[in-house]
Every structure is written in structure tokens, then in C-alpha cells.
Ligand binder design. Structure first.
Ligand code: PLP
Length: 283
């Protein structure tokens, strides 16, 4: 694979980042993952806007212009011949030359981009059967709205899910569901779609924003409020959204079937609308 590192395209085996890079030592960096369908970028502007926000929150200057970001994404999609897959981008505060908690000014951010080939990304068979999840305590830090590379607990959560023989985990804080390991979460009751409101407690999903917009247009009622695992168990349906898995039905939580235990009417419909609309708008 060809990757991008600080303005240069090179083979992945030749890309080198310093051991003093604060991304490596302190998880001091942010990332975005943009899906590619049919060789085109899905919701690219949404990702760039959130990237800017994450960088601003951490006081890291954006090392590339929007045009440069787009050009780098397109170049990697082309040279790596990605039809369906993703482009991962990461910006860290860079290499100050030594290890120190405090950072100085004038360190150049480290910029990395690479692609992942995922043939048939939009045809995931799990979208037809639905996901099974467990709930676990949310012990992450208090700024989950910043998309940092500090992904240890979400990784541990995925391993807990795997060990429990299910697909994913939902985080719970003060009795309420926050989000999934790498997705925003929703329950459906009648014509109502219920999801946690935006705050520092969850990532402001790009897919969340698009799906809520499409759901409103499709005459669903949106209720942004807290909900519990018990309420999720008693819901008609549940689902997740993310840029890499789109809309996924959730059919079981902590061993209890949600609704019929099969994907319902709403999540598959929103998945179809989302994919149709986003493919049309892809660049
Ligand atoms: N919540 C968390 C913790 C995530 O890691 C992600 C995606 O990576 C999401 C939500 C979904 O966000 P998006 O729709 O922008 O991919």
C-alpha cells in the first residue's frame, strides 16, 4: 500500500514516525475515518469540519487546507485502487524531540493517511441479521466529543464483547446509555427515534447528523434524550450509526431480545435511505 506521511506518498514499509511523537507517547492526536463507496468519499465535508473542531479543542493547528486534505484522500484512493473501503487520517501534535507532559509551541504536527480495502463494505450481511451487544460501564474520559486516538478502553470493550460471544458493547454512565464502542446508539418506540443529545459525553457522529436529518424528512419523530438499558430492552427496535458501518440494527442487549429479536422496519429503512443519499452526494 501507498501511504501519506507529512506531505510525501511512500510505501507503507518506508513510513517512519519518531518514537518521541506525542501521538505515540501521549495519545496526543486526533483522527477521522472516511468511507469510500464506488471509489468516492462519503460525507467528506462532515469529516473535515469535525477534524477542525477536534484540532481546535486540542490547540493543534490544521496542517493542511481543505483542498489538500481532499487531494491526499483522492490520491490514496486512486493509487491503492480502492473501490469500497476507507481512508484513515491522523494528526498528532508531533515530535518535540523528548518526552515531557507540557508541550512547546512550534512543533510541526505529524500527518498520516492510509487506506483500507473493504470489498462489499455496504453489503455487510450483519445488516440483515442485526448485532448483539452487551452493556458495560463507561469509564472513558470526559471529552468524548473530541475524536482522539486514545482508544484503549473502546478496544478493551470490543474484546469484552468478543469474549462474551457478541458483536459490540454499549457504554453506560449514571444508568444511561452513552454510545457504542465506535458508534452512536438509538432506540425506536412506535414512530419515535430516541437518541442521547450531543454533549461532551459522546462523539458528535457525522453519520448521526445525516441519519437524523433523513429520519426527520421521512416523518419520524426525533427525541434527543437520555435512555437506560432497561428502556432499550423494552424498545421496538435499536440501531447504531457510524461512518464505517452506516446504520446497523441491534437485536439483543445483555441477552434480552429487542422487539422480535430480528431487524425491524425502521433501521433497515434508514440504512437504505442513508446509503442511497450519501452515494448520490459522494465526491
Ligand atoms: N461514537 C464513537 C465513540 C465513535 O468512535 C464513532 C466513530 O468512530 C462514532 C460514535 C460514530 O461517529 P461517525 O458517525 O462520525 O463515524
Amino acid at each position: 500500500r501507498t501511504v501519506y506521511l507529512n506531505g510525501t506518498y511512500l510505501p507503507e514499509t518506508e513510513a517512519r514516525v519518531s518514537i518521541f511523537d506525542r501521538g505515540f507517547l501521549m495519545a496526543d492526536g486526533v483522527y477521522e475515518v472516511t468511507s469510500v463507496l464506488g471509489g468516492r468519499l462519503i460525507d467528506f465535508s462532515g469529516h473535515l469540519i469535525r477534524l477542525q473542531r477536534s484540532l481546535d479543542e486540542l490547540g493543534i493547528s490544521n496542517p493542511l487546507t481543505s483542498d489538500e486534505w481532499l487531494a491526499a484522500h483522492r490520491e490514496l484512493v486512486a493509487v491503492n485502487k480502492i473501490t469500497d473501503g476507507m481512508v484513515y487520517l491522523q494528526v498528532t501534535r508531533g515530535n518535540p524531540g523528548d518526552r515531557d507532559f507540557a508541550w512547546g509551541e512550534g512543533v510541526a504536527p505529524t500527518v498520516v493517511l492510509f487506506t483500507q480495502d473493504k470489498p462489499g463494505l455496504a453489503d455487510n450481511p450483519q445488516a440483515l441479521t442485526g448485532l448483539r451487544v452487551i452493556s458495560i460501564p463507561d469509564i472513558r474520559w470526559g471529552r468524548r466529543d473530541i475524536k482522539t486516538v486514545q482508544l484503549l478502553y473502546p478496544s478493551m470493550a470490543k474484546m469484552m464483547a468478543k469474549k462474551a460471544g457478541v458483536d459490540d458493547a454499549w457504554f453506560v454512565e449514571d444508568g444511561n446509555v452513552t454510545e457504542g464502542t465506535s458508534n452512536n446508539v438509538y432506540i425506536v418506540k412506535g414512530n419515535k427515534i430516541i437518541t442521547r443529545p450531543l454533549s461532551n459525553d459522546i462523539l458528535h457522529g457525522i453519520t448521526r447528523a445525516a441519519v437524523l436529518r433523513f429520519a426527520k424528512e421521512a416523518q419520524f419523530e426525533i427525541e434527543e434524550r437520555l435512555f437506560t438499558v432497561e428502556e432499550a430492552k423494552a424498545a421496538d427496535e435499536a440501531f447504531t450509526t457510524s461512518a464505517s458501518a452506516f446504520v446497523m440494527p441491534v437485536v439483543e442487549i445483555d441477552g434480552a431480545a429487542i422487539g422480535t429479536g430480528k431487524p425491524g422496519r425502521v433501521a433497515p429503512r434508514l440504512r437504505e435511505i442513508y446509503l442511497d443519499e450519501m452515494r448520490k452526494a459522494a465526491i
